[in-house]
Write a protein that binds this ligand. Structure first.
Ligand SMILES: [Zn+2]
Length: 235
């Protein structure tokens, strides 16, 4: 079985590709949301991706259907005592009313000073700004640790930027820019590093081909563990 990922619209379709003796191509979506495509050995990969793309809407429908049975991520309330993730650890919110706004980490707590304790939207915004400020520092450090690798794989100057993405952890542009999802600041550094290395490997291979995965395996042998950890924690 091979892990594949193909661009579709402005998102991607991830699936496992299984080759066997069967005569026709089959697509199955499992309750955990994973998609398995079984194809005859002789079907060229382009034909497989064509078929998967033509079934994209059906795949989404299946996933949505299974999602109905999944306990949804609880909507956050932004009140004292509630748990929020930062670098892979859970912290409890402690919200104080104050004339000035500030967010600080202390012990196992995220201390938030805010003007109105009941203004959830304002607290959410404050916390998001704080996550962003932390993300910029940590992402930049982790990225710098991988600059050697980027230089090895590409002659272009690489640079980093950040966004709140909904459905991806990062992307790599042909001009050498790597973009990271700010939400990653909630995951352990190991997972952020995995996304950075994944995107840096795209400097050499702008796709999810075998060559790409061979390179990723070589540069970050335990990437699958980090990927799994990340998906468990943040999806
Ligand atoms: Zn990728």
């Amino acid at each position: 079985m091979e892990l594949k990922s193909i661009p579709y619209g402005n998102s991607r379709i991830d699936f496992c590709l299984k080759r066997n003796e069967r005569k026709t191509l089959g697509i199955k979506v499992y309750p955990d949301g994973s998609t398995v495509v079984t194809a005859p050995i002789e079907t060229p990969y382009e034909k497989v991706t064509e078929k998967v793309k033509s079934k994209a809407q059906w795949i989404d429908k299946q996933k949505e259907f299974f999602m109905l049975f999944e306990p949804r991520a609880k909507e956050k309330l932004y009140e004292s005592g509630e748990s929020h993730l930062y670098l892979g650890k859970n912290y409890r919110l402690k919200i104080n009313e104050s004339n000035t706004n500030s967010v600080k980490l202390k012990g196992g707590y995220i201390l938030i000073n805010t003007k109105d304790k009941n203004n959830k939207k304002a607290i959410e915004k404050e916390l998001k700004e704080w996550y962003k400020s932390k993300a910029i520092i940590h992402f930049q450090n982790l990225f710098e640790n991988r600059l050697e690798l980027a230089k090895e794989l590409s002659e272009k100057d690489t640079s980093l930027n950040y966004k709140w993405f909904n459905n991806r952890w990062g992307s790599c542009f042909k001009d050498g820019t790597i973009s990271l999802n700010l939400d990653l600041i909630k995951s352990p550094k190991e997972c952020i590093d995995y996304v950075i290395v994944h995107e840096i490997c795209h400097l050499a291979h702008h796709n999810h081909s075998n060559k790409f995965y061979n390179l990723l395996d070589k540069k970050l042998p335990n990437w699958k563990d980090s990927k799994e950890k990340l998906e468990k924690l943040l999806s």
